[in-house]
Design a protein around this ligand. Sequence first.
Ligand code: NAP
Length: 323
Amino acid sequence: MNAIRVSAFGPPDSLRLSEVQAPDPKPGEVLVRVAAAGVNPVDTYIRAGAYGKLPELPYTPGLDGSGTVESLGSPCPDLALGQRVYLSGSLTGTYAQFALCTFSQVHPLPDALSFTQGAALGIPYATADYALRIRAAAQPGETLLIHGGTGAVGTALVQIAQNLGLRVVATGGTAEGCALLRSMGVDAVFNHSDSGYESDLFAATDGKGFQVIVEMLANLNLPRDLQLLAPGGRVVIVGSRGPVEINPRDLMARNADVRGVMLFGVSPGELREVHARLHRGASDGWLRPRIAAEMPLAQASEAHRRILERGLNGKLVLLPWEI
Ligand code: NAP
């Protein structure tokens, strides 16, 4: 089969298209024919060798994907040959034509979603659901700021927040991104590339502050976020690319919290509940991942450059059968 291989941690060009043996599933494992592989920022941190836990070299990247069940290592009551599924992790990497997974990494793909949309569920939607419903414990009627609303996690947050009955304020970094957020029905949209936009954010709450802020770039925004909170408010950090200095008095003055999210640390039981909620959202019609771009597998290096640039506006996926 064709697969992307990395034999040394380094720049995007370390991603090489190769011909490798398709794996065989053992008992408790399933082989999935990958129709779409989700590209996530974490894939780039791992490829660069800049992540806490690194795979043994050589390896095939990719944690998200969707496709059909090709073969089973042992019978599984929840999976049938040919069934449409999406993946939340894999044993052998999803940037490939086939991926080996444990039974628990494979979930039924709701009929209403395409394969490319299915590749957005494993990390972005699961992170958004866990951040907003569990870590923020967001309540209907609260005002939420999605600081970075245009990306894969951000657009997922918009849909989940609207379903929860929150008032949603969100930022994008380009005119197109802001237009996308407006088209999704976001109540107030601001451009995080504009200087001084933070005072406009505060004004959008009628001076009351946000009950919840979900943050995509905490190393840049956290100090100001703390000043935008309402009394009892919570900042939930999903993304951060470095250290930052804050003034603890901003938290003390508001009896406020800063909470971290790490999807890889969520318990299997909580993850099952997260995926059950995502499935219901897709079946009920409000959960619809937005695809920003589809690229052939051979363009994985380009995809890794693109995912770290501004203005992607949705989910980036690789198509393993288009080389
Ligand atoms: P993505 O699709 O690349 O989106 C990145 C988002 O960050 C875009 O909305 C982008 O907006 C926004 N952004 C850029 N500059 C910003 C600024 N100055 N202030 C606020 N937002 C800004 O990536 P993603 O998959 O949604 O992931 C977002 C972040 O969360 C990444 O850092 C990722 O590593 C992290 N993450 C963490 C977890 C976890 O478990 N903690 C899970 C998933 C993702 P524009 O492009 O419009 O400027």
